[in-house]
Structures are given as structure tokens and as C-alpha cells.
Ligand binder design. Structure first.
Ligand code: AMP
Length: 190
């Protein structure tokens, strides 16, 4: 199986590039942000817990996220592989993902880091907020999300370097050039 972690700050293009990777490789796509937004839309207890945290730019507790991810993985059958979008976001989640995959005789194939300068992230997210109405794409929440990213999520770059899976991609510029770089990085890890 081809298991890809697509990684980067909010607004780095994870969702956009995931769609292209899914199309090329026929992978299943697990976006934890989409899962949480679906729970919020359904008004479930999990959704209510998530909404309060998401609106403040905070992360959902690891234990809860790991449980959600495990149930999504268990629901797959005959999968060619998975693109993990928005997970892991902490070192604890990265360790849990590795254990979950190892238990299934699998591992992460590649971790693709999309690197985009912070000023550009802010511009992209404010635009997305205007277009999509996503409640957490407002200036105050974006700033908090970027701090949370720097403190809790960015350390995963070194974690995946140590695991031999990290691939650096310049995430600003032409979409097709970024995608071509991603494909080359994936192919180098297969
Ligand atoms: P995203 O759509 O990936 O930007 O996620 C939106 C929000 O959902 C994040 O700002 C977090 O509050 C929450 N979230 C999504 N994935 C995770 C995760 N793996 N761990 C903790 N919180 C998450």
C-alpha cells in the first residue's frame, strides 16, 4: 500500500494537492478536518466538542483524534493506500499512526512537507475564508492556528526525517510544478 502523509501549515495546499494525488494513485483520502466538520454539521457530541476547539484555533486532543483515525482506517477495505491529510499534527499522533499502520503490516511511505511562507499562508486563508465561509479562516483564528502549527506540528518534520520518510516540497508557485515535485518525491520513496 502507498501511505502518504501530506503535511504543512494551514493554507499550504494540502487539500488541493491531496485531490491530485488521489486521482493519480487511486488512494483513499482521510482528512481529519473534513471528518470533524462533518461531525459539526451533523451536530453530534464529537462535533460540539470539536467546534469549540476549532473556532479557537486549538487542536482536538490526541486520544480523540487517534480514535477517529483508527475507525476511519478500519472502515477501509481493499484500499490501494491512504493519503493522510491533516493528521498527524503532534508527535504523539505520528507515533500512534506508525503503530496503527505497523499493526496492519504497513508503514508511512512518504511524508510530503509543503513549505509556504507565512505571509502567503495568511493571504491564502483570508481569501479561502471569504470564498468558503469557513469559520476558522478569520485573521484572529488563523494567527492562533499558525502558532499552534509552529509549536506542536512543525516538530514533526524532524520526526519524519529521523524515520527516513520526509520529503521537502516548495509549496508556493505553480500548482502543476508543485504536483510534479510531489510525484517525484513519492516515486523516490516507493
Ligand atoms: P484542517 O481542515 O486540517 O485545517 O483542520 C481544521 C481544524 O480541525 C484544526 O485547526 C484543528 O482544530 C482540527 N483538527 C484537524 N485535524 C486534527 C488533528 N489531527 N489533531 C487535532 N486537531 C485537528
Amino acid at each position: 500500500m502507498l501511505n502518504i502523509v501530506i503535511f504543512g501549515a494551514p493554507g499550504s495546499g494540502k487539500g488541493t494537492q491531496s485531490a491530485k494525488i488521489v486521482e493519480k494513485y487511486g488512494l483513499d483520502h482521510i482528512s481529519t478536518g473534513d471528518v470533524l466538520r462533518a461531525e459539526i454539521a451533523k451536530g453530534t457530541e464529537l462535533g460540539n466538542t470539536a467546534k469549540a476547539l476549532i473556532d479557537h484555533g486549538q487542536l482536538i486532543p490526541d486520544e480523540l483524534m487517534v480514535e477517529i483515525l483508527a475507525s476511519k482506517l478500519d472502515a477501509l477495505s481493499g484500499s490501494k493506500g491512504v493519503i493522510f491529510d491533516g493528521f498527524p499534527r503532534t508527535i504523539a499522533q505520528a507515533g500512534a499512526l506508525k503503530s496503527m499502520l505497523n499493526e496492519r503490516g504497513e508503514d508511512v511511505t512518504a511524508m510530503i512537507e509543503l513549505d509556504v511562507p507565512e505571509e502567503e499562508l495568511m493571504v491564502r486563508l483570508l481569501k479561502r475564508g471569504e470564498e468558503s465561509g469557513r469559520a476558522d479562516d478569520n485573521e484572529e483564528t488563523i494567527k492562533k492556528r499558525l502558532v499552534v502549527y509552529a509549536e506542536q506540528t512543525a516538530p514533526l518534520k524532524d520526526w519524519y526525517k529521523n524515520d527516513g520518510k520526509h520529503c521537502y516540497i516548495k509549496g508556493s508557485g505553480e500548482l502543476d510544478r508543485i504536483f510534479a515535485d510531489i510525484v517525484a518525491a513519492i516515486e523516490s520513496k516507493i
